[in-house]
Design a protein around this ligand. Structure first.
Ligand code: FE2
Length: 500
Protein backbone atom coordinates (compact mmCIF):
# COMPACT_ATOMS: atom_id res chain seq x y z
CA UNK A 1 0.00 0.00 0.00
CA UNK A 2 1.33 3.46 -0.90
CA UNK A 3 2.43 5.79 1.90
CA UNK A 4 -0.12 8.43 1.03
CA UNK A 5 -2.81 5.91 1.95
CA UNK A 6 -0.93 4.41 4.86
CA UNK A 7 -0.45 7.71 6.71
CA UNK A 8 -4.20 8.60 6.95
CA UNK A 9 -4.76 5.05 8.16
CA UNK A 10 -2.11 5.54 10.87
CA UNK A 11 -3.88 8.82 11.81
CA UNK A 12 -7.17 7.00 12.08
CA UNK A 13 -5.51 4.29 14.17
CA UNK A 14 -4.10 6.93 16.56
CA UNK A 15 -7.57 8.41 16.83
CA UNK A 16 -9.13 5.01 17.61
CA UNK A 17 -6.39 4.25 20.21
CA UNK A 18 -7.02 7.64 21.81
CA UNK A 19 -10.76 6.97 21.89
CA UNK A 20 -10.31 3.51 23.39
CA UNK A 21 -7.85 4.92 25.96
CA UNK A 22 -10.35 7.63 26.92
CA UNK A 23 -13.14 5.05 27.07
CA UNK A 24 -11.10 2.82 29.36
CA UNK A 25 -10.13 5.83 31.51
CA UNK A 26 -13.74 6.96 31.88
CA UNK A 27 -15.52 5.49 35.03
CA UNK A 28 -18.17 2.93 34.00
CA UNK A 29 -20.57 4.46 36.50
CA UNK A 30 -20.68 7.73 34.63
CA UNK A 31 -24.05 8.60 33.23
CA UNK A 32 -22.42 9.62 29.99
CA UNK A 33 -20.81 6.22 29.31
CA UNK A 34 -21.91 6.10 25.75
CA UNK A 35 -19.86 6.73 22.63
CA UNK A 36 -21.42 10.11 22.07
CA UNK A 37 -21.13 10.96 25.76
CA UNK A 38 -17.48 10.02 25.90
CA UNK A 39 -16.82 11.92 22.75
CA UNK A 40 -18.68 15.05 23.92
CA UNK A 41 -17.19 14.85 27.37
CA UNK A 42 -13.63 14.64 26.05
CA UNK A 43 -14.02 16.86 23.01
CA UNK A 44 -10.95 18.94 23.88
CA UNK A 45 -8.83 15.80 24.13
CA UNK A 46 -10.05 14.54 20.77
CA UNK A 47 -9.54 17.94 19.23
CA UNK A 48 -5.94 18.07 20.47
CA UNK A 49 -5.33 14.49 19.27
CA UNK A 50 -6.87 15.34 15.91
CA UNK A 51 -4.68 18.44 15.48
CA UNK A 52 -1.60 16.51 16.63
CA UNK A 53 -2.45 13.70 14.19
CA UNK A 54 -2.83 16.14 11.32
CA UNK A 55 0.45 17.77 12.25
CA UNK A 56 2.06 14.35 12.55
CA UNK A 57 0.79 13.25 9.14
CA UNK A 58 1.82 16.50 7.52
CA UNK A 59 5.25 16.23 9.10
CA UNK A 60 5.77 12.66 7.93
CA UNK A 61 4.33 13.31 4.50
CA UNK A 62 6.83 16.09 4.01
CA UNK A 63 9.62 14.15 5.60
CA UNK A 64 9.09 10.94 3.64
CA UNK A 65 7.33 11.83 0.43
CA UNK A 66 9.35 14.93 -0.59
CA UNK A 67 12.66 13.10 -1.09
CA UNK A 68 10.81 10.20 -2.66
CA UNK A 69 9.10 12.54 -5.12
CA UNK A 70 12.45 14.15 -5.94
CA UNK A 71 13.86 10.66 -6.48
CA UNK A 72 10.95 9.71 -8.76
CA UNK A 73 11.36 13.01 -10.66
CA UNK A 74 15.07 12.31 -11.08
CA UNK A 75 14.37 8.78 -12.27
CA UNK A 76 11.85 10.08 -14.78
CA UNK A 77 14.45 12.51 -16.14
CA UNK A 78 16.95 9.64 -16.36
CA UNK A 79 14.32 7.58 -18.10
CA UNK A 80 13.90 10.41 -20.58
CA UNK A 81 17.63 10.35 -21.23
CA UNK A 82 18.60 13.35 -19.10
CA UNK A 83 21.62 12.15 -17.18
CA UNK A 84 22.55 15.62 -15.89
CA UNK A 85 19.86 15.72 -13.19
CA UNK A 86 21.09 15.39 -9.62
CA UNK A 87 19.06 15.16 -6.44
CA UNK A 88 20.13 17.82 -3.87
CA UNK A 89 21.50 16.18 -0.73
CA UNK A 90 19.80 18.04 2.14
CA UNK A 91 19.74 15.34 4.77
CA UNK A 92 22.12 12.93 6.34
CA UNK A 93 19.65 10.13 6.89
CA UNK A 94 18.76 7.11 4.70
CA UNK A 95 17.15 9.40 2.13
CA UNK A 96 20.40 11.32 1.95
CA UNK A 97 22.22 8.02 1.35
CA UNK A 98 19.69 7.12 -1.37
CA UNK A 99 20.17 10.53 -2.99
CA UNK A 100 23.98 10.12 -2.92
CA UNK A 101 23.69 6.63 -4.39
CA UNK A 102 21.17 7.85 -6.96
CA UNK A 103 23.46 10.70 -8.02
CA UNK A 104 26.42 8.30 -8.27
CA UNK A 105 24.36 5.86 -10.31
CA UNK A 106 23.18 8.64 -12.62
CA UNK A 107 26.77 9.83 -13.02
CA UNK A 108 27.86 6.26 -13.83
CA UNK A 109 24.96 5.88 -16.26
CA UNK A 110 25.84 9.23 -17.80
CA UNK A 111 29.46 8.15 -18.29
CA UNK A 112 28.29 4.83 -19.70
CA UNK A 113 25.85 6.67 -21.89
CA UNK A 114 28.63 8.88 -23.25
CA UNK A 115 30.72 5.80 -23.91
CA UNK A 116 27.76 4.15 -25.57
CA UNK A 117 27.14 7.25 -27.64
CA UNK A 118 30.79 7.27 -28.71
CA UNK A 119 30.61 3.58 -29.56
CA UNK A 120 27.35 4.22 -31.34
CA UNK A 121 28.86 7.04 -33.34
CA UNK A 122 31.79 4.83 -34.22
CA UNK A 123 29.38 2.09 -35.22
CA UNK A 124 27.37 4.52 -37.32
CA UNK A 125 30.55 5.76 -38.97
CA UNK A 126 31.65 2.18 -39.54
CA UNK A 127 28.25 1.28 -40.91
CA UNK A 128 28.38 4.27 -43.22
CA UNK A 129 31.88 3.25 -44.25
CA UNK A 130 30.72 -0.33 -44.79
CA UNK A 131 27.79 0.95 -46.78
CA UNK A 132 30.10 3.13 -48.89
CA UNK A 133 32.56 0.26 -49.29
CA UNK A 134 29.71 -2.00 -50.18
CA UNK A 135 28.53 0.45 -52.84
CA UNK A 136 32.09 0.79 -54.12
CA UNK A 137 32.43 -2.98 -54.17
CA UNK A 138 29.20 -3.31 -56.10
CA UNK A 139 30.35 -0.64 -58.54
CA UNK A 140 33.73 -2.35 -58.82
CA UNK A 141 31.99 -5.67 -59.38
CA UNK A 142 29.83 -4.10 -62.08
CA UNK A 143 32.88 -2.54 -63.64
CA UNK A 144 34.81 -5.82 -63.50
CA UNK A 145 31.84 -7.72 -64.94
CA UNK A 146 31.55 -5.13 -67.69
CA UNK A 147 35.28 -5.27 -68.35
CA UNK A 148 35.25 -9.04 -68.37
CA UNK A 149 32.40 -9.00 -70.82
CA UNK A 150 34.26 -6.43 -72.89
CA UNK A 151 37.48 -8.45 -72.64
CA UNK A 152 35.57 -11.51 -73.74
CA UNK A 153 34.03 -9.62 -76.62
CA UNK A 154 37.39 -8.17 -77.66
CA UNK A 155 39.12 -11.55 -77.42
CA UNK A 156 36.38 -13.19 -79.45
CA UNK A 157 36.48 -10.46 -82.04
CA UNK A 158 40.28 -10.45 -82.16
CA UNK A 159 40.14 -14.16 -82.93
CA UNK A 160 37.61 -13.42 -85.65
CA UNK A 161 39.83 -10.70 -87.10
CA UNK A 162 42.77 -13.11 -87.19
CA UNK A 163 40.82 -16.06 -88.52
CA UNK A 164 38.61 -14.35 -91.10
CA UNK A 165 40.44 -13.07 -94.12
CA UNK A 166 37.28 -12.32 -96.04
CA UNK A 167 35.63 -9.21 -94.68
CA UNK A 168 32.16 -10.49 -95.58
CA UNK A 169 32.75 -13.40 -93.21
CA UNK A 170 34.13 -10.92 -90.71
CA UNK A 171 30.98 -8.76 -90.80
CA UNK A 172 28.79 -11.82 -90.31
CA UNK A 173 30.89 -12.97 -87.35
CA UNK A 174 30.72 -9.49 -85.80
CA UNK A 175 26.92 -9.44 -86.00
CA UNK A 176 26.65 -12.93 -84.52
CA UNK A 177 28.94 -12.07 -81.58
CA UNK A 178 27.59 -8.60 -80.79
CA UNK A 179 23.84 -9.08 -81.22
CA UNK A 180 23.33 -10.79 -77.86
CA UNK A 181 25.63 -8.42 -75.98
CA UNK A 182 23.90 -5.35 -77.40
CA UNK A 183 20.55 -7.06 -76.66
CA UNK A 184 19.37 -6.30 -80.20
CA UNK A 185 16.33 -7.99 -81.72
CA UNK A 186 17.72 -7.55 -85.22
CA UNK A 187 20.96 -6.30 -86.68
CA UNK A 188 22.41 -5.66 -90.11
CA UNK A 189 25.36 -4.20 -91.94
CA UNK A 190 24.59 -1.85 -94.79
CA UNK A 191 27.20 -1.12 -97.43
CA UNK A 192 27.48 1.40 -100.19
CA UNK A 193 28.90 -0.64 -103.04
CA UNK A 194 31.33 1.10 -105.36
CA UNK A 195 30.12 4.61 -104.67
CA UNK A 196 26.50 3.83 -105.57
CA UNK A 197 23.67 5.99 -104.29
CA UNK A 198 22.27 3.32 -101.98
CA UNK A 199 23.30 1.53 -98.82
CA UNK A 200 22.20 -2.09 -99.15
CA UNK A 201 22.03 -4.91 -96.63
CA UNK A 202 25.11 -7.13 -97.01
CA UNK A 203 24.80 -9.11 -93.76
CA UNK A 204 21.92 -9.39 -91.33
CA UNK A 205 20.34 -11.38 -88.52
CA UNK A 206 16.56 -11.85 -88.23
CA UNK A 207 15.95 -10.05 -91.53
CA UNK A 208 13.49 -11.70 -93.90
CA UNK A 209 14.42 -12.22 -97.55
CA UNK A 210 12.26 -9.20 -98.35
CA UNK A 211 13.97 -7.11 -95.64
CA UNK A 212 17.37 -7.96 -97.13
CA UNK A 213 16.31 -6.33 -100.40
CA UNK A 214 15.39 -3.04 -98.72
CA UNK A 215 18.15 -0.46 -98.56
CA UNK A 216 18.42 3.27 -97.90
CA UNK A 217 19.49 6.08 -100.19
CA UNK A 218 22.66 7.73 -98.99
CA UNK A 219 20.74 10.91 -98.07
CA UNK A 220 17.76 9.09 -96.54
CA UNK A 221 16.76 8.63 -92.89
CA UNK A 222 19.27 7.85 -90.20
CA UNK A 223 21.80 6.65 -92.76
CA UNK A 224 21.60 10.03 -94.50
CA UNK A 225 22.23 11.70 -91.12
CA UNK A 226 25.28 9.51 -90.47
CA UNK A 227 26.72 10.10 -93.94
CA UNK A 228 26.39 13.83 -93.37
CA UNK A 229 27.57 13.96 -89.74
CA UNK A 230 30.10 11.11 -89.92
CA UNK A 231 29.40 9.85 -86.42
CA UNK A 232 27.41 7.12 -84.68
CA UNK A 233 23.70 7.62 -84.08
CA UNK A 234 21.44 6.51 -81.24
CA UNK A 235 17.67 6.80 -81.67
CA UNK A 236 15.77 6.11 -78.44
CA UNK A 237 12.26 6.87 -79.68
CA UNK A 238 11.93 5.71 -83.26
CA UNK A 239 8.25 6.69 -83.34
CA UNK A 240 8.93 10.36 -82.75
CA UNK A 241 12.39 10.76 -84.28
CA UNK A 242 12.00 12.34 -87.72
CA UNK A 243 15.30 10.80 -88.85
CA UNK A 244 13.93 7.27 -88.50
CA UNK A 245 12.27 6.02 -91.69
CA UNK A 246 9.87 3.10 -91.29
CA UNK A 247 10.86 0.72 -94.06
CA UNK A 248 10.44 -2.71 -92.48
CA UNK A 249 7.19 -4.35 -91.35
CA UNK A 250 8.56 -4.74 -87.81
CA UNK A 251 9.70 -1.11 -87.41
CA UNK A 252 6.69 -0.26 -85.21
CA UNK A 253 7.71 -3.00 -82.77
CA UNK A 254 11.09 -1.49 -81.93
CA UNK A 255 11.86 1.79 -80.20
CA UNK A 256 15.65 1.95 -80.34
CA UNK A 257 18.24 2.02 -83.09
CA UNK A 258 22.01 2.19 -82.75
CA UNK A 259 24.09 2.73 -85.88
CA UNK A 260 27.87 2.76 -86.10
CA UNK A 261 29.55 4.01 -89.29
CA UNK A 262 32.39 2.27 -91.12
CA UNK A 263 34.74 4.66 -92.92
CA UNK A 264 37.03 4.27 -95.90
CA UNK A 265 40.58 5.63 -96.06
CA UNK A 266 39.18 9.03 -97.02
CA UNK A 267 36.90 9.02 -93.93
CA UNK A 268 33.82 8.71 -96.12
CA UNK A 269 31.05 6.49 -94.73
CA UNK A 270 31.04 3.25 -96.72
CA UNK A 271 29.12 1.04 -94.33
CA UNK A 272 26.87 1.13 -91.28
CA UNK A 273 26.45 -1.48 -88.56
CA UNK A 274 22.86 -1.25 -87.26
CA UNK A 275 21.22 -2.69 -84.15
CA UNK A 276 17.42 -2.61 -83.76
CA UNK A 277 15.65 -3.34 -80.44
CA UNK A 278 13.79 -2.05 -77.40
CA UNK A 279 16.44 -2.40 -74.69
CA UNK A 280 19.79 -1.88 -76.37
CA UNK A 281 22.82 -2.13 -74.09
CA UNK A 282 24.73 1.07 -74.78
CA UNK A 283 27.73 0.21 -72.56
CA UNK A 284 29.40 -1.35 -75.56
CA UNK A 285 29.06 1.63 -77.88
CA UNK A 286 32.75 2.67 -77.47
CA UNK A 287 33.80 -0.89 -78.27
CA UNK A 288 31.54 -0.98 -81.31
CA UNK A 289 33.18 2.22 -82.55
CA UNK A 290 36.57 0.59 -82.06
CA UNK A 291 35.28 -2.45 -83.86
CA UNK A 292 34.10 -0.40 -86.81
CA UNK A 293 37.61 1.12 -87.07
CA UNK A 294 39.05 -2.40 -87.13
CA UNK A 295 36.57 -3.36 -89.86
CA UNK A 296 37.59 -0.25 -91.83
CA UNK A 297 41.25 -1.22 -91.59
CA UNK A 298 40.46 -4.82 -92.54
CA UNK A 299 38.45 -3.71 -95.57
CA UNK A 300 41.20 -1.31 -96.62
CA UNK A 301 43.78 -4.07 -96.20
CA UNK A 302 41.57 -6.48 -98.10
CA UNK A 303 41.16 -3.96 -100.93
CA UNK A 304 44.90 -3.36 -100.91
CA UNK A 305 45.61 -7.10 -101.06
CA UNK A 306 43.11 -7.49 -103.90
CA UNK A 307 44.79 -4.63 -105.73
CA UNK A 308 48.25 -6.12 -105.16
CA UNK A 309 47.06 -9.55 -106.30
CA UNK A 310 45.53 -7.96 -109.40
CA UNK A 311 48.89 -6.33 -110.13
CA UNK A 312 50.70 -9.61 -109.53
CA UNK A 313 48.43 -11.45 -111.91
CA UNK A 314 48.89 -8.73 -114.55
CA UNK A 315 52.65 -9.29 -114.25
CA UNK A 316 52.10 -13.04 -114.55
CA UNK A 317 49.91 -12.63 -117.63
CA UNK A 318 52.59 -10.41 -119.16
CA UNK A 319 55.15 -13.16 -118.62
CA UNK A 320 52.79 -15.75 -120.12
CA UNK A 321 52.30 -13.51 -123.14
CA UNK A 322 56.08 -13.36 -123.51
CA UNK A 323 56.22 -17.20 -123.64
CA UNK A 324 53.43 -17.30 -126.19
CA UNK A 325 55.15 -14.71 -128.40
CA UNK A 326 58.23 -16.88 -128.30
CA UNK A 327 56.40 -20.15 -128.93
CA UNK A 328 53.21 -19.55 -130.88
CA UNK A 329 52.32 -23.27 -130.77
CA UNK A 330 51.79 -23.02 -127.05
CA UNK A 331 49.32 -20.12 -127.41
CA UNK A 332 46.60 -20.49 -124.80
CA UNK A 333 48.33 -23.58 -123.37
CA UNK A 334 49.31 -21.96 -120.06
CA UNK A 335 45.81 -20.59 -119.43
CA UNK A 336 44.17 -23.93 -120.29
CA UNK A 337 46.56 -25.76 -117.96
CA UNK A 338 45.57 -23.24 -115.29
CA UNK A 339 41.85 -23.85 -115.92
CA UNK A 340 42.20 -27.66 -115.79
CA UNK A 341 44.36 -27.44 -112.67
CA UNK A 342 41.90 -25.15 -110.90
CA UNK A 343 38.95 -27.33 -111.86
CA UNK A 344 40.66 -30.36 -110.36
CA UNK A 345 41.79 -28.34 -107.34
CA UNK A 346 38.21 -27.24 -106.64
CA UNK A 347 36.96 -30.81 -107.13
CA UNK A 348 39.49 -31.86 -104.48
CA UNK A 349 38.27 -29.07 -102.15
CA UNK A 350 41.68 -27.42 -101.90
CA UNK A 351 41.99 -24.36 -99.68
CA UNK A 352 41.97 -20.85 -101.12
CA UNK A 353 45.70 -20.60 -100.48
CA UNK A 354 46.38 -23.84 -102.37
CA UNK A 355 44.15 -22.73 -105.23
CA UNK A 356 46.07 -19.48 -105.44
CA UNK A 357 49.40 -21.35 -105.62
CA UNK A 358 47.87 -23.67 -108.21
CA UNK A 359 46.63 -20.71 -110.22
CA UNK A 360 49.99 -18.93 -110.32
CA UNK A 361 52.06 -22.13 -110.63
CA UNK A 362 50.03 -23.67 -113.44
CA UNK A 363 49.99 -20.57 -115.62
CA UNK A 364 53.74 -20.00 -115.13
CA UNK A 365 54.90 -23.63 -115.18
CA UNK A 366 56.76 -23.15 -118.50
CA UNK A 367 58.18 -19.69 -117.73
CA UNK A 368 61.67 -21.18 -118.13
CA UNK A 369 61.05 -21.58 -121.86
CA UNK A 370 61.90 -17.89 -122.20
CA UNK A 371 65.51 -18.94 -121.68
CA UNK A 372 65.45 -21.63 -124.37
CA UNK A 373 66.85 -20.58 -127.77
CA UNK A 374 64.25 -20.22 -130.50
CA UNK A 375 65.99 -22.69 -132.77
CA UNK A 376 65.40 -25.40 -130.21
CA UNK A 377 62.03 -24.29 -128.96
CA UNK A 378 60.59 -23.88 -132.44
CA UNK A 379 62.42 -26.75 -134.10
CA UNK A 380 59.96 -28.85 -136.10
CA UNK A 381 62.26 -31.82 -136.50
CA UNK A 382 63.64 -34.23 -133.95
CA UNK A 383 65.85 -32.64 -131.31
CA UNK A 384 69.36 -33.92 -130.79
CA UNK A 385 70.20 -35.28 -127.34
CA UNK A 386 72.05 -32.07 -126.56
CA UNK A 387 69.14 -29.94 -127.73
CA UNK A 388 66.69 -32.06 -125.73
CA UNK A 389 68.78 -31.64 -122.59
CA UNK A 390 68.76 -27.90 -123.18
CA UNK A 391 64.97 -27.92 -123.63
CA UNK A 392 64.60 -29.93 -120.42
CA UNK A 393 66.54 -27.25 -118.58
CA UNK A 394 63.51 -24.90 -118.88
CA UNK A 395 62.15 -26.18 -115.56
CA UNK A 396 65.31 -25.19 -113.68
CA UNK A 397 65.68 -21.94 -115.63
CA UNK A 398 62.08 -21.11 -114.72
CA UNK A 399 63.04 -21.17 -111.05
CA UNK A 400 65.97 -18.84 -111.86
CA UNK A 401 63.46 -16.43 -113.39
CA UNK A 402 61.13 -16.22 -110.45
CA UNK A 403 63.40 -16.84 -107.46
CA UNK A 404 63.67 -13.12 -106.65
CA UNK A 405 59.94 -12.53 -106.85
CA UNK A 406 58.69 -12.94 -103.29
CA UNK A 407 55.04 -13.37 -104.30
CA UNK A 408 55.99 -16.38 -106.45
CA UNK A 409 58.09 -18.26 -103.90
CA UNK A 410 55.30 -20.80 -103.27
CA UNK A 411 55.18 -21.91 -106.93
CA UNK A 412 58.90 -22.82 -107.23
CA UNK A 413 58.14 -26.50 -106.76
CA UNK A 414 55.54 -26.52 -109.56
CA UNK A 415 57.84 -24.68 -111.98
CA UNK A 416 60.84 -26.92 -111.19
CA UNK A 417 59.08 -30.28 -110.87
CA UNK A 418 56.21 -30.27 -113.39
CA UNK A 419 58.11 -32.83 -115.51
CA UNK A 420 58.84 -35.21 -112.63
CA UNK A 421 57.22 -38.67 -112.76
CA UNK A 422 55.84 -40.91 -110.03
CA UNK A 423 58.27 -43.68 -111.03
CA UNK A 424 61.24 -41.32 -110.60
CA UNK A 425 62.09 -41.20 -114.31
CA UNK A 426 61.24 -37.54 -114.70
CA UNK A 427 63.45 -34.45 -114.57
CA UNK A 428 65.28 -32.44 -113.31
CA UNK A 429 65.60 -34.18 -109.89
CA UNK A 430 64.17 -37.64 -110.56
CA UNK A 431 61.77 -37.30 -107.65
CA UNK A 432 59.50 -40.28 -106.84
CA UNK A 433 55.94 -40.73 -105.54
CA UNK A 434 55.17 -38.44 -102.65
CA UNK A 435 58.49 -36.61 -103.03
CA UNK A 436 56.56 -34.69 -105.65
CA UNK A 437 54.15 -32.19 -104.15
CA UNK A 438 50.43 -32.76 -104.70
CA UNK A 439 49.90 -29.42 -106.47
CA UNK A 440 52.78 -30.20 -108.84
CA UNK A 441 51.22 -33.61 -109.64
CA UNK A 442 47.96 -31.83 -110.55
CA UNK A 443 49.75 -29.45 -112.94
CA UNK A 444 51.66 -32.39 -114.49
CA UNK A 445 48.38 -34.12 -115.40
CA UNK A 446 46.74 -30.90 -116.65
CA UNK A 447 49.87 -30.04 -118.68
CA UNK A 448 49.98 -33.48 -120.31
CA UNK A 449 46.24 -33.53 -121.05
CA UNK A 450 46.34 -30.12 -122.74
CA UNK A 451 49.49 -31.03 -124.71
CA UNK A 452 47.81 -34.23 -126.00
CA UNK A 453 44.56 -32.49 -126.92
CA UNK A 454 46.34 -29.59 -128.68
CA UNK A 455 47.57 -29.70 -132.23
CA UNK A 456 51.30 -29.59 -132.84
CA UNK A 457 53.21 -29.21 -136.07
CA UNK A 458 54.48 -32.75 -135.80
CA UNK A 459 51.13 -34.42 -134.82
CA UNK A 460 47.37 -33.95 -134.72
CA UNK A 461 45.46 -33.29 -131.55
CA UNK A 462 43.84 -36.29 -129.84
CA UNK A 463 40.20 -36.08 -128.85
CA UNK A 464 39.24 -36.26 -125.18
CA UNK A 465 38.55 -40.00 -125.19
CA UNK A 466 41.89 -40.79 -126.86
CA UNK A 467 43.64 -38.36 -124.53
CA UNK A 468 42.17 -40.07 -121.49
CA UNK A 469 43.26 -43.46 -122.83
CA UNK A 470 46.75 -42.08 -123.34
CA UNK A 471 46.85 -40.72 -119.80
CA UNK A 472 45.64 -44.04 -118.36
CA UNK A 473 48.58 -45.80 -120.06
CA UNK A 474 50.87 -43.81 -117.77
CA UNK A 475 48.78 -44.12 -114.62
CA UNK A 476 50.96 -44.89 -111.62
CA UNK A 477 54.16 -44.42 -113.59
CA UNK A 478 54.06 -40.89 -114.91
CA UNK A 479 50.93 -39.71 -113.14
CA UNK A 480 49.59 -40.10 -109.62
CA UNK A 481 46.86 -42.77 -109.82
CA UNK A 482 44.33 -41.18 -107.48
CA UNK A 483 44.71 -37.71 -108.95
CA UNK A 484 44.43 -39.08 -112.49
CA UNK A 485 41.20 -40.89 -111.57
CA UNK A 486 39.81 -37.65 -110.19
CA UNK A 487 40.95 -35.75 -113.29
CA UNK A 488 39.35 -38.27 -115.68
CA UNK A 489 36.14 -38.22 -113.65
CA UNK A 490 36.19 -34.44 -113.89
CA UNK A 491 36.77 -34.43 -117.68
CA UNK A 492 34.06 -37.06 -118.23
CA UNK A 493 31.77 -35.17 -115.91
CA UNK A 494 32.23 -31.93 -117.84
CA UNK A 495 31.62 -33.84 -121.11
CA UNK A 496 28.47 -35.30 -119.61
CA UNK A 497 27.44 -31.82 -118.60
CA UNK A 498 28.02 -30.51 -122.14
CA UNK A 499 26.15 -33.50 -123.65
CA UNK A 500 23.18 -32.87 -121.40
FE1 FE2 B 1 57.18 -27.76 -119.31
Amino acid sequence: MRLKYKLPLIGMLIFVITFVSVWVATPKTSTNFTITGIFVQNIEVFFVVFILTLFFINFFVRRILDPINKLILGMEKVEDGDYTSQIPIERRDEFGDIAIQFNKTVEAISLRDEELRAVNEELSASLEEISETSTELLEAYDEISKRLQNEKLINTLSEIFYSKKDWNELLEAILIHTKEIIRADRCAVYFQKERQECFNVVKSINFSELDKCIGYKKDEGTIGWIVENKEELLVTDTLNDPRFVFKYSWCADISMLLQIPIFDEETEVIGIISYFGNDLNLNFTPYLKQLSKMVSVTIQNSNLITEVERTHFSIIKGLVKAIEFKDSYTKGHSERVMEYSLMLGKKLNLSNKELKILRYGSILHDIGKLAIPDNILLKSGKLSDEEYELLKSHSEKGVEFIKDLKFLEDIMSIVRNHHERIDGKGYPDGLKGDEIERLTKIVTIADAYDAITSEREYRDALDEKEAIEELIKHKGTQFDSCLLDEFIEMVLGSQQGIAN
